[in-house]
Ligand binder design. Structure first.
Ligand code: FAD
Ligand code: NAP
Length: 338
């Protein structure tokens, strides 16, 4: 394990923000990371665990230790009549894990194909796409307590998963490094094609028999046709969360904005499409310097070249203000800001 000083983080975040880390170190075993954390000079140093850097925005140099996760390994832990229990090292690339599952006919993650980033960051915001969330296939995870150096297991309930939320973004924020995640993969696939675009794409592909591989391919086709590729244009996916509001507030808004895009939830609340709201405020396709709002998807903020993290953050603040003024709604950032 090599400890580096003053390293540029530009290659390690999908916004391509050029800031530096005071200390930087890659780890590929729990023992490695325990050892580095036990060093005296890091006792009071801020620690940042880095996966693929696809859900964060650096607004300044990181004056602490960045731990780049390369913990690998995927294995079948056990199986019962209905499920395979598959354990993945947290530094595995999420989409590699999805492809592994497809090749073994383990069902449940196909709708989440091509989400960027690492397995270990998945539980943090309970990643989700096309009607499936990580919590739907989650069994347990193991995490290292940064200060105490001890390993702890977390069950589904203990993770307190919510919409793009978990205990690791709330009360346990910054306290644990997730080292592995075990998934409960179905032996009998329950295919989910309720997000309209999937059915449409399957038809366009000429797929007659729906199966997990076809769904994965449909999702990949939709995503590559719609979302900006971070390798070409810096971005971190959706910058804001879709807000959930009461049915009553929705009815009032709907009277003023009949075209409002909304989805009813099981609990009587309503989820609004934040992309539509931002578009209605006139932001779609706008740029301020090199920071911009993507021309096809207003939920995605982009770095067209040399934008600083601060400029992207300031743009996000302007968007929040105008949404609040026009709709009386408070959007929340999904991206982790440092
Ligand atoms: P990073 O950006 O490296 O880290 C994110 C946060 O998690 C940081 O606070 C970091 O410290 C923490 N963290 C990372 N690893 C660990 C660990 N092992 N232990 C503890 N904390 C950790 N998200 C969705 O939910 N659905 C989507 O469909 C989706 N689509 C996207 C499309 C694009 C083009 C992009 C760029 C992003 C998209 N995202 C989506 C967001 C992002 O891919 C996910 O949030 C992903 O899980 C981030 O993984 P990462 O490894 O890159 O995390
Ligand atoms: P979209 O299909 O244009 O839909 C816009 C929004 O409406 C989505 O955010 C989605 O909410 C919601 N939605 C659409 N159909 C729905 C249905 N049948 N039932 C309930 N809600 C529905 O969205 P998109 O931007 O192309 O993204 C497609 C999927 O990929 C979404 O699930 C989205 O979350 C995911 N995605 C996430 C990120 C990220 O960074 N978090 C980035 C890109 C894509 P949900 O977001 O709640 O699903």
């Amino acid at each position: 394990m090599i400890l580096l000083d003053n390293i540029s983080l530009k290659p390690f975040n999908t916004f391509h923000i050029d800031v530096s880390a005071r200390y930087f170190c890659e780890f590929n075993s729990t023992e490695d990371v325990k050892q580095v954390l036990s060093e005296k000079k890091f006792t009071d140093t801020p620690i940042l665990v880095l996966g693929g850097g696809s859900n964060l925005l650096f607004t300044k140099n990181y004056d602490g230790l960045v731990l780049k996760n390369t913990l690998k390994g995927i294995s079948l832990d056990k199986e019962d009549a209905d499920y395979y229990y598959v354990k993945a090292g947290s530094g595995e690339v999420w989409n590699d894990f999805v492809m592994y599952c497809l090749s073994h006919n383990y069902a449940g993650v196909e709708n989440m194909s091509l989400i960027p980033g690492s397995v270990g960051a998945g539980p943090l915001q309970n990643i989700g796409a096309y009607g499936v969330e990580l919590k739907d296939v989650f069994y347990e995870l193991e995490a290292l307590h940064i200060k105490e150096g001890t390993l702890k297991k977390f069950s589904n309930a203990e993770c307190k998963f919510g919409y793009r939320e978990s205990v690791f973004k709330q009360e346990l924020k910054g306290q644990f490094i997730i080292t592995s995640v075990t998934f409960r993969m179905s032996k009998r696939p329950l295919l989910k094609t309720s997000y309209g675009a999937i059915e449409k794409e399957l038809d366009a592909m000429g797929v007659k028999e729906r199966n997990i591989k076809a769904i994965s391919q449909a999702v990949i086709n939709i995503r590559t046709g719609k979302l900006p590729d971070p390798a070409k244009i810096g971005n971190a996916g959706s910058f804001f969360k879709n807000p959930e509001i009461s049915g009553e507030t929705f009815q009032k808004l709907k009277q003023r904005y009949p075209g409002m895009v909304a989805y009813p939830l099981d609990n009587g609340r309503v989820k609004l499409a934040a992309g539509w709201i931002i578009e209605m405020c006139g932001w779609k396709g706008k740029t301020i310097g090199d920071a911009g709002v993507h021309r096809d998807q207003a939920l995605v903020l982009v770095n067209y070249g040399k934008a600083s993290g601060r400029e992207i953050y300031d743009l996000s603040r302007e968007i929040l203000d105008s949404v609040n003024q026009k709709f009386g709604l408070t959007l929340e950032r999904e991206v982790n800001v440092y």
